[in-house]
Design a protein around this ligand. Structure first.
Ligand SMILES: *Cc1c(COP(=O)(O)O)cnc(C)c1O
Length: 373
């Protein structure tokens, strides 16, 4: 048996992530490896932190990129803040809300589940009622941008409700960061996590996270040790904010962090609000084109995510055949339905670098061709 190098094809990625990566971000990956405690690397990490604070719109001191994918960011928020016996109100309107429930239950805490229909925003009135019914609840957790259904929830209102009842908020911003309005400080979000491979258009495998001062206080005053050594952020804090004297916690994924730095520089240069506007504008062009093809959206217009377009598979079209045709004839990837939407929906991503005229035009013409076949 002999092996040779793996050479992936060049695809256009318009699914639920990973998203298209700009050539500059990709080439940043191949720069020389330097030590992760090298003073120059440490300087770059400080910039990553500042750029993440900009992307999250926060002054939170504890704002870092976790060396692991978004799922680890989710787990980090739950295992650091929540202890066995705590009550957590978890909003569930898709696959990722359900994963939050599983995180809470594995800790030995109680998840008070507030279900909203798939394909819709979290129903804020139900959350308000749950807060009244469960005065002992300590946290409210929800997914800002449900990638499984394409719905955006009203994070500002949910956080305000939580505050009225002295609950801290845990927010999934994996798909929202860089794609839609998100203001951690203004909205009073306490713990938030994202992913590198969605609207930041970086390589997969990193999870930006940020904790408010109140959240850090909760971590410091825990009664029980955090059961995960790797995700115990009290150990990582000294690595990121050791003021010049960083200590070894784990080996940082040096080259992936070059890529994240590069993608965050691009976001900063474009301007966050311009990036949000670009996603919206490209979504509107795509929506018009899809309407012409007779393809219908699952989510009502005012609850739609511009960066994740969940649509019903048209009558008579074969799910796997169409997606296979796009991949084989156009090198174009769109997403299949997830969970309850498997076989019923496609998810067309316009994330980060993929939210461009060329991509939208390619997607529409390729879909038209695929459906005609
Ligand atoms: C993609 C995603 C995750 C998980 O991120 P990974 O990097 O795949 O682990 C979590 N939540 C949401 C909303 C996502 O879209």
């Amino acid at each position: 048996m002999s092996y040779s190098s793996f050479t992936p094809p060049r695809r256009t990625l318009m699914g639920p992530g990973p998203s298209d990566i700009s050539p500059q971000v990709l080439s940043a990956m191949s720069r020389p490896v330097i030590g992760h405690l090298d003073p120059l690397f440490v300087g770059m990490m400080d910039e990553v932190k500042a750029l993440l604070q900009y992307a999250f719109q926060t002054k939170n001191e504890f704002t870092i990129a976790l060396s692991a994918p978004g799922s680890a960011g989710m787990e980090a928020c739950f295992v650091n803040l929540v202890e066995a016996g705590d009550q957590v109100i978890v909003c569930r309107n898709g696959v990722f809300g359900d994963r939050m429930v599983q995180n809470v239950e594995r800790i030995g805490a109680t998840a008070i589940i507030v279900d909203s229909p798939w394909g819709r925003a979290v129903e804020t009135n139900k959350v308000a009622q749950a807060l009244v019914d469960h005065p002992e609840a300590k946290f409210v957790a929800f997914v800002h941008a449900e990638t499984s259904t394409g719905a955006v929830s009203d994070a500002k209102t949910l956080c305000a409700l939580a505050k009225q009842h002295n609950c801290l908020t845990i927010v999934d911003a994996v798909t929202s960061l860089g794609g839609v309005e998100l203001r951690v400080d203004d909205w009073g979000i306490d713990a938030i996590y994202s992913g590198s491979q969605k609207c930041l258009s970086c390589v997969p495998g990193l999870s930006p996270i940020s904790f408010s001062a109140n959240a850090v206080e909760v971590v410091k005053n825990r009664k029980t040790p955090i059961q995960s050594w790797f995700l115990d952020q009290s150990l990582v804090m000294s690595y990121w904010s050791g003021e010049g004297k960083r200590s070894y916690h784990h080996t940082a994924p040096v080259n992936s962090l070059y890529a994240l730095h590069e993608s965050l520089v691009h976001l900063h240069n474009e301007g966050l609000e311009n990036a949000w506007a670009r996603h919206k504008a490209q979504h509107q062009v795509l929506a018009k084109g899809l309407a012409k093809l007779g393809i219908e959206f699952i989510v009502p217009e005012d609850e739609r995510l511009p960066q994740l377009n969940a649509v019903y598979i048209p009558e008579g079209a074969d799910d796997a055949k169409v997606r296979g045709y796009l991949l084989n004839h156009y090198n174009l990837e769109i997403g299949a339905g997830l969970g309850g939407f498997a076989g019923k929906a496609w998810r067309i991503g316009l994330m980060g670098y993929a939210a461009r005229n060329e991509n939208v035009a390619l997607c529409l013409s390729a879909l038209e061709d695929a459906l005609a076949q």
